[in-house]
Design a protein around this ligand. Sequence first.
Ligand code: PLP
Length: 394
Amino acid sequence: MLEMAGRMGVLGTETAFEVLARANALAAQGRSIINLGIGQPDFPTPPHIVEAGRKALADGHHGYTPANGIPSLRAAVAVDLWRRHKVEVSPDQVLVVPGGKVTMFFAIMMFGEPGVEILYPNPGFPIYESVIKFSGATPVPVPLHESKGFSFSAEEVLEKITPKTRLLIINSPANPTGGVVPRAELDRLVAGLEKNPHVAVMSDEIYGEILYDGAEHVSLLSYPSIREQVILLDGWSKTYAMTGWRMGYGVWPKALFPHAERLAINCHSCVNAATQWAGIAALEGPREPVERMVKAFAERREVIVAALNSLPGVRCVQPGGAFYAFPNISGTGYSARDLQSELLDKVGVATIAGTSFGAFGEDYLRFSYASSVEAISEAIERIRQLLGNLPRKN
Ligand code: PLP
C-alpha cells in the first residue's frame, strides 16, 4: 500500500475543471450544452501576440531563460505597471512564472505552516483555501458582502488579524463575484495594515484591466507605506486571452524576492521561452484588442444581469469587473449545488455553485459571461423553463 503525505488529504480543487469535464462528456453524448462555467475569455489570443510566439520558436528561442524571466519581459512589465498604476517597480522585483496561480502557490507556501493564520476572501478563488490548508496553516475566511457589491469591509478584515496572522489575500476585481473594492475601503485597509507590519498581503489583480462603467481599479502597489508588505499577483491569462499559454508574474518585496526565485528554480526553472516573447508583444503592442474584448464583455454583462434579474427567485447585483455574474438564488428554493446539477443535467446549462468558492457562497451561482450574447440568452430561457416548470422545494 503506497502511503502519501497527510497534507494530500486536505488539498482541494477547482470545481470549474470538473464541471467542464462533465459538460464536455454530456456534449460528447450529443446533448446541447451551453457552458457558462469556465472562467476564460472566449476570444482567441490577438494575432500579433501569436505571431511573436511563432517567431520566437522560428528564431531559435528553444532553451532555458533566466529563472526570473527574460530581462526585456520584466522591463516591459515594469513599464506596463507604470502605465496602468503610475507606480515605479524595479524589473528586479518581477518574477515571471507559469500562470497567475504560481504566485499564489508560492506566497502561501512561503508563509503557511501549522500554527499560522492566513486570511482569504470567501466566496473567493477556491485555490486560496485549498493551498492554505495544504501548507498546514489555518484558513481564516473574510466574508464578502452582496450588500457592498461583494467588497470586504476593511474593519472586518482588520478585526481578524491576530499575532498569528502572516498573510492576507485580497482579490479585486474578483472571481467569482465580479466585485470591485472601492478606493475608500482600500484606504481604510491600508491604514490598518500600516499598524500590522507582520502581515504580508497578496493582492490578486489578475482581472485589473477588465472593468465596467468607469469602475476604478486601485492597485495595492500604489500605497508606498506598505510596499514592503505587498505581493502583487498579475498576468496575461485574462487580459490578453492567454489562459493556455501559461504565464503570469508576481511583484515581490525586495526581502522576499530571492526566496520566491528559489521556489521557482526548485519547481519549474523558467517559463517557456516562446511564451515570454509573446508576453512582450502583448504588453508593448496595441491596446485595441483588449479594449474590444472588454467592450464585448460589457455588452454581455448588461444582457446577463438584466436577464438574471428577470428570473423568478433570482436577484443579481451589477458586477464592476471581471466576467462573472454572481446571482443570489435563495428565492428559487434550491441549494446552490442542487441548482448547478439540475441546470446541467436537465437543461444543459453549465454554471458553478457558489459553494465551490467557499461556504459563504451558499445561495449563489457563478455565471461566466465570456460567451456570446446568443448563448447567454438561450441559457437564460432554458433556466426560465426549469425554474418555471419544476416543483420548488418549499
Ligand atoms: N486568480 C484568479 C482570481 C483567477 O480567477 C484565476 C484564474 O481563473 C487565476 C488567479 C489564475 O490564473 P492563471 O490561469 O494565469 O493561472
